[in-house]
Design a binder for this molecule. Sequence first.
Ligand code: S3P
Length: 486
Amino acid sequence: MERNWIKTPEPSVRERNAGRLAIAGGRCQKPRPMNAHSSPSSPLSVAFSAPAPLAGRVRVPGDKSISHRSLMLSALAVGESVVEGLLEGEDVLATAAAMRAMGATITRGDDGRWRIHGVGVGGLLQPQTALDMGNSGTSTRLLMGLIASHPITATFVGDASLSKRPMGRVTDPLGLMGAEFTTSPGGRLPLTMRGICPAVPIEYRLPVASAQVKSAILLAGLNAPGITRVIEPVPTRDHSERMLRGFGANLTVEEAADGTRTISIHGEAELKPQAITVPGDPSSAAFPVVAALLVPGSDVTVENVGLNPTRAGLYEVLRAMGGDIRFTDERVVGGEPVADLVVRHSTLRGIEVPPAIVPSMVDEFPILFVAAAFAEGRTVMRGLEELRVKESDRIAVMAEGLRAIGARVEELEDGLIIDGTGGTPLAGGATVAAHLDHRIAMSFAVAGLVSKDPVIIDDMSPVATSFPGFAAMLASLGAESRPVEA
Ligand code: S3P
């Protein structure tokens, strides 16, 4: 596909020289200290309701996965990159702070554009203080990959949710490349890693379908001599591959007849600065889309939604359930297929979701569970074991919350079976715990729109990680929200 998001701005002489200096310092420079920073947040209990059909046009913030990668790769390019439509959520800001702490200059203009002066591949500097990753697994795992092939030491810390998440899936392959790790029990955060330069290029077959693990290895491979290969038996989101190529890395993808993909990256790359436009996040669009399907009489357009095939599984499933979702004005933005989604209230029917589609909608199951709770008949969703190690155990937390508001849910080790109401409102009348998980909080906000009594979410603050302005977006469609005493 045409990658039209690549518009290479000419670096100025000063920028080119700055870049040369970074590279002239060698790909394995001695560490130099820089600063890091962090941002706290406080609990906020909220109840949502929809007094009337939802109507109107909304936009959702920029894609989180693409935003992280655009900052990281820009910070490794020589010269100035410009990013438009960046998600300004806490997770992405944690990545920005970390890249600053390792030497990149990152500023936001009044026009909303972000400008990044990179240090060159091999030019990352020693951060002076611990890198505070907040809630962000993507920042943590991808940055561990970047640091693995630089001769610097870094400590990663995160919030209570992130500190429970497994990191062995990245420390194992990065350890094979020569990086060293001292982790908390169970291979978790806080952890300290020591990168190595030169790192050893590896060939690695992913034991879990994870774009984060794939990306960590490819990013480490950027500064390793020779070719680093990742073998991916099940395709996962391919934003890293697309963007690495766009920045000029020598990366190839071979696809076998059985769908296995082999991604090879030539190391010691030199990245060229880019102008990037980040499309709207399909994972964020999922909330207004399901809200419009469920609230009777609704007619909503969600503009500028990224529909990369490795991300768009939810929309296929919702359509198979009878959802009236039309893609209009299909176009390419930032090298990614994009459309406006026109969504009308629909009576959904339960289906068996094919496990093969799971990686292309891995973040959308919490909101699909809500849709299933209102569908006619039974929805079976299996092959979801990865959901247990997201920002929360999304199978257990959603099962508990949905039962509390009156849904019929059977929890399996690897998924949920939900018998829906056929459109009748659920009882509601409960407070559900978000467990520091933005997608749990937003999913129950949507469930509250179609429940008889209020559904109170104990803490909406995690929504700031991925969807600043979520409540305002729902309000613009006619929903109401009110703070509740915790
Ligand atoms: C992401 C990959 C997915 C996804 C996460 C973002 C990425 O995680 O759940 O929200 O940007 O690479 P896994 O790689 O753990 O599946």
